[in-house]
Write a protein that binds this ligand. Structure first.
Ligand code: PLP
Length: 428
């Protein structure tokens, strides 16, 4: 496969854009380097790059593109917004329509507020939890990504009872020490940390299905325990459903799991591909937000007509019967095919899948927490990734990211993918 133009454009990008990319995860640094493929256009489950190569897309833009690229129903909504005004700075009826749709799909949302990204949504949930409880400390699970604001760019201390340390230059230690990080799926570590910090915690951030070190489901009873303890100790459960909302069914992951969070942050899928974030929760907590309450959150672009109409159109597509069952069916075919192929070539992998999202880890261990994901073989993943890209299969250049199916993938795409995977395994 020829990537000459991609390589030239990457060289040019390096002169003008930091690292040549507008988000670090798009660089190929984690897969042994090289020029990232520069895409020219997308349609349905496919991408075409600037050299004219076609790819089956499993990146789905890190989750949002659940209905594939250029979906006609969403394209029409965006075109309508472009013609009738993309930004008003006033209330619009679209905001109410969309808020009602979200509430209908996710019954734990008494009220919602729109903003522009998952980061903003989670960041505001943290502020609201602090305002509501009058406490400052936040707990999170190791390896879960919640955006790029200071409080969540924090690594674990050396044990469950120790305070966090900055994970990025520019994050003050004073901020990091407000954050406690514990391993996912580990009841003992969670209990130990709560024993020390429980009375000072404003909230705990929870990715109910982890999508940031592959795909990891909570062990039976784990999140139920976390919720029960949070209630007892008076801190809020903040579900970060930026990846999970409308990814696995028409609604949030917590509904599937039978959980009732105090606050829910959303983004990605609900924007139909346009920038969006949203958060919501129970009335008493949400009424802490300005102009009703003392917790401030605002945004020039928040609830803009373009994102609202794209989001409404996206949910209209997703509401059609059978949509999620088909992604599950294709996901199962990929899972079976990839496992069979790995066995045939003597390649050791662990595959975690939930419906149309899955992760392939190069390890013989199960992956239930970040440490286990970290211990998987990144060097082999890097070679696997490049072997797939060179055969027209596009996925995220990181061993920590998931593969996402869309409503537009077909069985023929799965077959083509499995052939490419089989070849890649034969060459590892
Ligand atoms: N929360 C989770 C679970 C995410 O995966 C992400 C992004 O990948 C975010 C929050 C941040 O969202 P955004 O990139 O829209 O700011």
């Amino acid at each position: 496969m020829n990537h000459t133009k991609s390589e030239q454009l990457h060289e040019e990008a390096l002169q003008h854009i930091v690292g040549g990319v507008n988000s670090p995860s798009r660089s190929y640094k984690a897969v042994g380097g090289g020029a990232p493929v520069v895409m020219a256009r997308g349609k349905g489950a496919y991408f075409w790059d600037v050299d004219g190569n076609r790819y089956i897309d499993y990146l789905a833009a890190y989750g949002p593109i659940v209905t594939g690229h250029g979906h006609p129903h969403i394209a029409k909504a965006i075109a309508h917004a472009a013609e009738t005004g993309v930004l008003f700075g006033t209330p619009t009826e679209h905001e109410i329509t969309f808020a009602k749709m979200l509430k209908e799909a996710i019954p734990t949302l008494d009220k919602v507020r729109f903003n522009n990204s998952g980061t903003e949504a989670v960041m505001t949930c943290v502020r609201v939890a602090r305002a509501f409880t009058g406490r400052t400390k936040i707990m999170k699970f190791a390896g879960c990504y919640h955006g790029h604001f200071d409080q969540v760019l924090v690594a674990a201390g050396s044990g469950p009872a120790t305070l966090g340390t900055p994970d990025s230059a520019g994050v003050p230690t004073s901020v990091a020490t407000e954050v406690i990080t514990v391993p996912f799926n580990n009841v003992e570590a969670f209990d130990e940390a709560v024993t020390v910090w429980g009375d000072q915690l404003a909230g705990i951030l929870i990715e109910p299905i982890v999508g940031n070190f592959g795909i990891v489901e909570p062990n039976p009873g784990f999140l139920e325990h976390v919720h029960a303890v949070a209630k007892e100790k008076g801190f809020l459960t903040i579900h970060d459903e930026v990846i999970t909302a409308f990814r696995f069914h028409y609604g949030a992951a917590h509904t599937m799991l039978g959980l009732t969070p105090d606050l829910v942050a959303m983004g990605k899928v609900i924007g139909g591909g346009l920038p969006i974030g949203a958060y919501g929760g129970r009335k008493e907590v949400m009424d802490t937000v300005a102009p009703l309450g003392p917790a401030y959150q605002a945004g020039t672009m928040a609830g803009n007509p373009a994102s609202m109409q794209a989001g409404i159109a996206c949910l209209e597509v997703l509401k059609q019967p059978g949509i999620y069952d088909e992604m599950d069916r294709l996901g199962a075919l990929l899972e079976q095919g990839i496992l069979a192929s790995a066995k045939k070539h003597g390649v050791t992998i662990t595959l975690n899948r939930l419906k149309g999202a899955f992760a392939v880890y190069f390890t013989d261990e199960k992956v239930e927490n970040y440490e286990q994901a970290e211990n998987t073989d990144g060097e082999t993943f890097g070679r696997f990734f490049k072997l797939l890209v060179s055969q027209g299969i596009n996925l995220a250049p990181s061993k920590y990211e998931a593969w996402f199916l869309t409503t537009e993938h077909t069985e023929a795409d799965v077959e083509e993918t499995l052939k490419a995977v089989d070849y890649a395994f034969s060459k590892l």
